[in-house]
Design a protein around this ligand. Sequence first.
Ligand code: SF4
Length: 316
Amino acid sequence: MGIVFGPVPSRRLGVSLGVNNIPVKICTYSCVYCQIGRTIKMIGERKAFYEPFQIRTEVSNVLRKLSKENIHVDYISFVPDGEPTLDKNLGKEIELLRDFEIPVAVLTNSSLLSREDVQNDLFEADLVSLKIDAVTEEIWKKVDRPLGTLDIGEILEGIKTFTRNFKGKVITETMLINSIDYKEEAEKIAGFIAHLNVNEVYVAIPTRPPAEKWVKPPPEEVINYVYQKFAGHIGESKVKLLTAFEGTSFYPPGSIENALLEITSVHPMREDAVKELLEKRGVDWSFVEKMLKQGELIEIEYLGRKYYMRKLPTRR
Ligand code: SF4
């Protein structure tokens, strides 16, 4: 991958032009689910990797080409093959990209957020996505495999300070994997995020080949459990699932199957909400039964109520 890539469609960012400001793969973490593979070089100190003007020139060249083809870009996004805040020129680079009058996003793993210089650089962005996979040290170490000098307490404090002072949009992303007990952790993460000033909260699952072969998405029951805990603490309107189904469906747009699949891939739907949707379309419950039988939907019980979720591709 070069310094600039895409644009790629992203549910969080719309049409996103990627900036890869970190050479492969330098990171403060070596997440077990990382789609780029194991971290080659773990560092905790910030460094300069590219000339900020080189990044500006490359972005400018791509934007010129896209504009000739009438392709609109929603965000210029720092989503490198490593941790973007390790780049000590990040603030300068964002400042230079401002010339293009396109919002700038940074997707960070949050590990360096306790540093004032990192916070100041991120203040330059319009949107910052923060990874919050765990708030408990043991789970954080198991999932994200951080550099030994990092401290989860300091990171969480950094996240609190940053979100209090940042004027742009904040989203969080929590990746769920198998073999982790989320029973208490879901409540703790949700309680932590609920006190932050955030716009959207994503619960994600691995959808691409992970660094470690044993990593899989957790069962739908666990995803629903975490979703419900998050929705309860943070509010349903802010919490969304990020699954493999980003706007893809083989049913025609507007069809009831399509509507059910699209909604349930983002929010598990309660039985009464499904019934209401069916009623509005003049369709009876046998539709849902058919989709359950075909393995497109799954029924899950939670606190005595039934929920419907789109079945994960790995289980179909
Ligand atoms: S923080 Fe991101 S780049 Fe780094 S190991 Fe984790 S998933 Fe990969």
